[in-house]
Design a protein around this ligand. Structure first.
Ligand SMILES: [Zn+2]
Ligand SMILES: [Zn+2]
Length: 318
Protein backbone atom coordinates (compact mmCIF):
# COMPACT_ATOMS: atom_id res chain seq x y z
CA UNK A 1 0.00 0.00 0.00
CA UNK A 2 1.22 3.49 -0.86
CA UNK A 3 2.35 5.58 2.10
CA UNK A 4 2.30 9.38 1.62
CA UNK A 5 5.51 11.15 2.64
CA UNK A 6 6.96 14.62 2.26
CA UNK A 7 10.69 15.24 1.94
CA UNK A 8 12.26 18.63 2.63
CA UNK A 9 15.92 19.03 1.77
CA UNK A 10 18.69 21.29 0.57
CA UNK A 11 22.33 21.15 -0.32
CA UNK A 12 24.77 23.98 -0.93
CA UNK A 13 27.24 22.82 -3.53
CA UNK A 14 28.40 24.57 -6.71
CA UNK A 15 26.29 23.61 -9.76
CA UNK A 16 28.14 24.41 -13.01
CA UNK A 17 25.17 23.68 -15.33
CA UNK A 18 21.88 24.55 -13.65
CA UNK A 19 19.75 23.93 -16.75
CA UNK A 20 21.03 20.38 -17.15
CA UNK A 21 20.33 19.63 -13.48
CA UNK A 22 16.87 21.14 -13.84
CA UNK A 23 15.97 18.83 -16.75
CA UNK A 24 17.37 15.82 -14.93
CA UNK A 25 15.41 16.64 -11.76
CA UNK A 26 12.16 17.12 -13.69
CA UNK A 27 12.58 13.77 -15.44
CA UNK A 28 13.45 12.07 -12.18
CA UNK A 29 10.35 13.41 -10.41
CA UNK A 30 8.01 12.70 -13.32
CA UNK A 31 9.31 9.16 -13.59
CA UNK A 32 8.68 8.59 -9.90
CA UNK A 33 5.27 10.28 -9.80
CA UNK A 34 6.38 13.02 -7.39
CA UNK A 35 5.02 16.50 -6.99
CA UNK A 36 6.56 19.46 -5.25
CA UNK A 37 8.81 22.46 -5.71
CA UNK A 38 12.49 22.30 -6.55
CA UNK A 39 14.86 25.21 -7.08
CA UNK A 40 18.34 24.84 -8.53
CA UNK A 41 20.93 27.61 -8.61
CA UNK A 42 24.67 27.87 -9.03
CA UNK A 43 24.75 27.52 -5.21
CA UNK A 44 22.98 24.16 -4.96
CA UNK A 45 19.48 22.73 -4.68
CA UNK A 46 16.45 23.26 -2.43
CA UNK A 47 13.28 21.28 -2.64
CA UNK A 48 10.25 19.74 -1.10
CA UNK A 49 8.56 16.79 -2.78
CA UNK A 50 5.65 14.55 -1.91
CA UNK A 51 4.67 11.05 -3.00
CA UNK A 52 4.81 7.41 -2.06
CA UNK A 53 7.55 6.59 0.45
CA UNK A 54 9.44 4.27 -1.90
CA UNK A 55 9.41 6.76 -4.75
CA UNK A 56 10.61 9.55 -2.44
CA UNK A 57 13.40 7.32 -1.08
CA UNK A 58 14.57 6.57 -4.62
CA UNK A 59 14.45 10.27 -5.41
CA UNK A 60 16.61 11.15 -2.41
CA UNK A 61 19.14 8.44 -3.19
CA UNK A 62 19.53 9.59 -6.82
CA UNK A 63 19.73 13.25 -5.85
CA UNK A 64 22.42 12.49 -3.26
CA UNK A 65 24.48 10.76 -5.94
CA UNK A 66 24.93 14.19 -7.48
CA UNK A 67 24.78 16.53 -4.49
CA UNK A 68 26.41 14.37 -1.84
CA UNK A 69 25.44 14.77 1.78
CA UNK A 70 22.28 16.78 2.26
CA UNK A 71 20.04 17.95 5.02
CA UNK A 72 16.88 15.84 4.59
CA UNK A 73 13.74 15.90 6.70
CA UNK A 74 10.82 13.51 6.41
CA UNK A 75 7.25 14.03 7.42
CA UNK A 76 3.90 12.40 6.81
CA UNK A 77 1.88 13.48 3.79
CA UNK A 78 -1.89 13.98 3.73
CA UNK A 79 -2.68 11.35 1.08
CA UNK A 80 -3.08 10.83 -2.65
CA UNK A 81 -5.49 12.06 -5.30
CA UNK A 82 -7.32 9.66 -7.66
CA UNK A 83 -4.27 9.54 -9.94
CA UNK A 84 -1.92 8.71 -7.11
CA UNK A 85 -0.29 12.15 -6.77
CA UNK A 86 0.45 13.83 -3.45
CA UNK A 87 -2.43 15.95 -2.15
CA UNK A 88 0.07 18.28 -0.49
CA UNK A 89 1.29 19.87 -3.72
CA UNK A 90 -0.85 21.14 -6.62
CA UNK A 91 1.84 20.30 -9.21
CA UNK A 92 5.48 19.68 -9.91
CA UNK A 93 7.61 22.80 -10.32
CA UNK A 94 11.33 22.60 -11.09
CA UNK A 95 13.11 25.91 -11.68
CA UNK A 96 16.61 27.26 -12.16
CA UNK A 97 17.11 30.60 -10.43
CA UNK A 98 19.88 33.01 -9.40
CA UNK A 99 19.52 32.09 -5.74
CA UNK A 100 18.13 29.15 -3.77
CA UNK A 101 16.46 31.65 -1.49
CA UNK A 102 15.78 35.12 -2.87
CA UNK A 103 17.83 37.39 -0.63
CA UNK A 104 18.86 39.53 -3.64
CA UNK A 105 22.52 38.78 -2.98
CA UNK A 106 23.44 36.07 -5.51
CA UNK A 107 27.01 37.26 -5.91
CA UNK A 108 27.70 37.90 -2.25
CA UNK A 109 27.01 34.32 -1.18
CA UNK A 110 30.03 32.05 -1.67
CA UNK A 111 29.62 28.31 -1.83
CA UNK A 112 32.31 25.63 -1.76
CA UNK A 113 32.19 21.86 -1.81
CA UNK A 114 31.38 21.86 1.93
CA UNK A 115 28.57 24.39 1.73
CA UNK A 116 28.27 28.13 2.32
CA UNK A 117 31.61 29.78 3.04
CA UNK A 118 31.68 32.10 6.05
CA UNK A 119 28.26 31.29 7.49
CA UNK A 120 27.23 31.05 11.14
CA UNK A 121 28.36 28.14 13.26
CA UNK A 122 25.88 25.24 13.21
CA UNK A 123 24.43 24.28 16.60
CA UNK A 124 22.52 21.08 17.17
CA UNK A 125 19.34 21.61 19.23
CA UNK A 126 21.06 20.40 22.42
CA UNK A 127 23.97 22.78 21.77
CA UNK A 128 21.50 25.66 21.54
CA UNK A 129 20.44 24.85 25.09
CA UNK A 130 24.08 24.60 26.20
CA UNK A 131 24.74 28.06 24.77
CA UNK A 132 21.74 29.49 26.61
CA UNK A 133 22.80 27.72 29.83
CA UNK A 134 26.27 29.30 29.53
CA UNK A 135 25.42 32.79 28.33
CA UNK A 136 21.90 33.25 29.64
CA UNK A 137 19.87 36.25 28.52
CA UNK A 138 22.74 37.57 26.47
CA UNK A 139 21.79 35.07 23.75
CA UNK A 140 19.57 36.59 21.06
CA UNK A 141 17.28 34.45 18.91
CA UNK A 142 16.93 36.07 15.49
CA UNK A 143 14.05 35.00 13.25
CA UNK A 144 15.20 34.32 9.69
CA UNK A 145 11.71 34.04 8.23
CA UNK A 146 9.07 36.40 6.93
CA UNK A 147 7.42 38.33 9.70
CA UNK A 148 4.00 36.69 9.24
CA UNK A 149 5.45 33.22 9.86
CA UNK A 150 6.49 34.31 13.33
CA UNK A 151 2.96 35.35 14.27
CA UNK A 152 1.93 31.81 15.09
CA UNK A 153 5.24 30.48 16.40
CA UNK A 154 8.73 31.67 17.36
CA UNK A 155 11.48 31.25 19.91
CA UNK A 156 10.65 32.93 23.20
CA UNK A 157 11.81 36.57 23.24
CA UNK A 158 13.11 36.30 19.68
CA UNK A 159 13.90 39.32 17.56
CA UNK A 160 11.51 39.23 14.59
CA UNK A 161 12.79 41.44 11.76
CA UNK A 162 10.28 43.49 9.83
CA UNK A 163 10.46 41.60 6.52
CA UNK A 164 7.65 40.82 4.14
CA UNK A 165 9.88 38.63 1.99
CA UNK A 166 13.42 37.36 2.30
CA UNK A 167 14.43 40.08 -0.14
CA UNK A 168 13.95 42.68 2.63
CA UNK A 169 16.65 41.23 4.91
CA UNK A 170 19.65 43.07 3.49
CA UNK A 171 18.04 46.50 3.94
CA UNK A 172 16.79 45.49 7.36
CA UNK A 173 20.28 44.41 8.48
CA UNK A 174 21.79 47.62 7.11
CA UNK A 175 19.13 49.86 8.69
CA UNK A 176 21.05 50.19 11.96
CA UNK A 177 18.13 48.73 13.93
CA UNK A 178 20.17 45.74 15.02
CA UNK A 179 23.59 47.33 15.48
CA UNK A 180 23.30 46.91 19.27
CA UNK A 181 23.31 43.15 18.69
CA UNK A 182 26.58 43.06 16.77
CA UNK A 183 28.62 41.90 19.78
CA UNK A 184 26.01 39.48 21.16
CA UNK A 185 25.74 35.77 20.57
CA UNK A 186 23.00 35.52 17.93
CA UNK A 187 21.18 32.31 17.09
CA UNK A 188 19.42 32.57 13.72
CA UNK A 189 16.63 30.14 12.97
CA UNK A 190 14.22 29.37 10.14
CA UNK A 191 11.96 26.48 9.13
CA UNK A 192 14.47 23.93 7.89
CA UNK A 193 17.75 25.83 8.12
CA UNK A 194 18.33 26.89 4.52
CA UNK A 195 17.50 30.56 4.94
CA UNK A 196 19.91 30.81 7.88
CA UNK A 197 22.75 29.34 5.84
CA UNK A 198 22.60 32.51 3.75
CA UNK A 199 21.30 34.97 6.35
CA UNK A 200 24.02 34.11 8.87
CA UNK A 201 26.73 34.77 6.27
CA UNK A 202 25.11 38.09 5.33
CA UNK A 203 25.08 39.05 9.02
CA UNK A 204 28.72 38.13 9.53
CA UNK A 205 29.65 40.15 6.43
CA UNK A 206 27.90 43.13 8.04
CA UNK A 207 29.78 43.03 11.32
CA UNK A 208 27.76 40.68 13.54
CA UNK A 209 30.59 38.99 15.39
CA UNK A 210 29.14 35.85 16.95
CA UNK A 211 26.49 34.24 14.78
CA UNK A 212 25.11 30.73 15.12
CA UNK A 213 22.45 28.88 13.17
CA UNK A 214 20.28 25.98 14.30
CA UNK A 215 21.26 22.87 12.42
CA UNK A 216 18.11 21.66 10.64
CA UNK A 217 16.16 24.71 11.77
CA UNK A 218 12.95 24.75 13.77
CA UNK A 219 11.91 21.38 12.33
CA UNK A 220 14.92 19.60 13.83
CA UNK A 221 14.64 21.57 17.07
CA UNK A 222 10.97 20.58 17.34
CA UNK A 223 11.79 16.92 16.73
CA UNK A 224 14.22 17.10 19.64
CA UNK A 225 12.48 19.29 22.22
CA UNK A 226 8.89 19.61 21.01
CA UNK A 227 7.09 22.19 23.11
CA UNK A 228 9.24 21.54 26.19
CA UNK A 229 12.07 23.87 25.21
CA UNK A 230 12.50 27.44 24.03
CA UNK A 231 10.13 27.26 21.06
CA UNK A 232 6.57 28.50 21.45
CA UNK A 233 3.59 27.99 19.12
CA UNK A 234 3.08 26.39 15.71
CA UNK A 235 5.37 26.19 12.71
CA UNK A 236 4.18 27.73 9.44
CA UNK A 237 5.01 25.58 6.38
CA UNK A 238 4.70 26.32 2.66
CA UNK A 239 2.69 23.27 1.64
CA UNK A 240 -0.84 21.94 2.00
CA UNK A 241 -0.40 21.32 5.73
CA UNK A 242 0.11 25.07 6.35
CA UNK A 243 1.13 24.56 9.98
CA UNK A 244 2.85 21.89 12.06
CA UNK A 245 2.42 21.46 15.81
CA UNK A 246 5.15 19.65 17.73
CA UNK A 247 2.72 18.37 20.36
CA UNK A 248 -0.91 18.53 21.33
CA UNK A 249 0.08 21.14 23.87
CA UNK A 250 1.36 23.61 21.26
CA UNK A 251 0.45 27.11 22.41
CA UNK A 252 -1.77 29.30 20.22
CA UNK A 253 0.15 32.57 20.37
CA UNK A 254 -1.60 34.48 17.56
CA UNK A 255 -4.89 36.35 17.77
CA UNK A 256 -7.46 36.04 14.98
CA UNK A 257 -7.33 39.23 12.90
CA UNK A 258 -11.13 39.26 12.73
CA UNK A 259 -12.42 38.28 16.17
CA UNK A 260 -9.36 38.13 18.43
CA UNK A 261 -9.64 34.45 19.40
CA UNK A 262 -6.33 32.69 20.07
CA UNK A 263 -5.32 30.71 17.00
CA UNK A 264 -2.49 28.90 15.27
CA UNK A 265 -3.92 29.27 11.76
CA UNK A 266 -2.81 31.63 9.02
CA UNK A 267 -5.02 32.42 6.04
CA UNK A 268 -4.53 34.34 2.84
CA UNK A 269 -6.28 37.64 2.40
CA UNK A 270 -9.44 36.79 0.42
CA UNK A 271 -8.50 39.21 -2.36
CA UNK A 272 -7.31 36.88 -5.13
CA UNK A 273 -4.36 39.09 -6.07
CA UNK A 274 -3.12 39.57 -2.49
CA UNK A 275 -0.31 37.61 -0.87
CA UNK A 276 -0.90 38.85 2.67
CA UNK A 277 -1.25 36.16 5.32
CA UNK A 278 -3.17 36.87 8.49
CA UNK A 279 -3.83 34.88 11.62
CA UNK A 280 -7.43 33.74 11.67
CA UNK A 281 -9.50 31.28 13.63
CA UNK A 282 -11.35 28.57 11.70
CA UNK A 283 -14.66 30.33 12.15
CA UNK A 284 -13.42 33.53 10.53
CA UNK A 285 -11.69 31.96 7.53
CA UNK A 286 -14.35 33.46 5.22
CA UNK A 287 -13.82 36.95 6.52
CA UNK A 288 -10.07 37.46 6.31
CA UNK A 289 -9.07 40.66 4.51
CA UNK A 290 -5.78 42.48 4.92
CA UNK A 291 -5.84 46.16 5.83
CA UNK A 292 -5.37 47.25 2.23
CA UNK A 293 -8.28 45.13 1.00
CA UNK A 294 -10.71 45.35 3.89
CA UNK A 295 -12.20 48.55 2.41
CA UNK A 296 -12.97 46.81 -0.89
CA UNK A 297 -14.05 43.51 0.67
CA UNK A 298 -16.81 41.98 -1.42
CA UNK A 299 -18.90 39.61 0.67
CA UNK A 300 -20.08 37.73 -2.45
CA UNK A 301 -16.56 36.55 -3.26
CA UNK A 302 -15.88 35.36 0.25
CA UNK A 303 -15.71 31.67 0.94
CA UNK A 304 -14.66 30.58 -2.54
CA UNK A 305 -11.92 28.03 -2.47
CA UNK A 306 -8.58 29.05 -3.91
CA UNK A 307 -6.40 26.62 -2.08
CA UNK A 308 -4.39 25.51 -5.08
CA UNK A 309 -3.99 29.08 -6.16
CA UNK A 310 -2.69 30.04 -2.79
CA UNK A 311 -0.23 27.21 -2.84
CA UNK A 312 1.17 28.11 -6.20
CA UNK A 313 1.50 31.69 -4.99
CA UNK A 314 3.35 30.66 -1.88
CA UNK A 315 7.07 31.09 -2.18
CA UNK A 316 9.23 28.10 -1.51
CA UNK A 317 10.93 29.49 1.53
CA UNK A 318 11.48 26.13 3.12
ZN1 LIG B 1 -11.91 34.63 14.45
ZN1 LIG C 1 -5.03 41.85 0.86
Amino acid sequence: MAVPKILLYYSFKPVPDTDAVKLWQRDLCEGLGLRGRIIISKHGINGTVGGDINAVKTYLKKTKEYFGKMDAKWSDGTGFDSEGFSLDFPKLSVKARDELVAFGAPDEVQVGSHGVIGGGKHLKPAQVHELVAERGEEVVFFDGRNKFEAEIGRFKNAVVPDVETTHDFVNELESGKYDHLKDKPIVTYCTGGIRCEVLSSLMINRGFSEVYQIDGGIVRYGETFGDEGLWEGSLYVFDGRKTIDFSEGAKKIAKCAVCGTSTSWMNNCLDASCRAQLPSCEGCADAVWCEAHSATADPRSAGTSKTNDQLSKATSNA
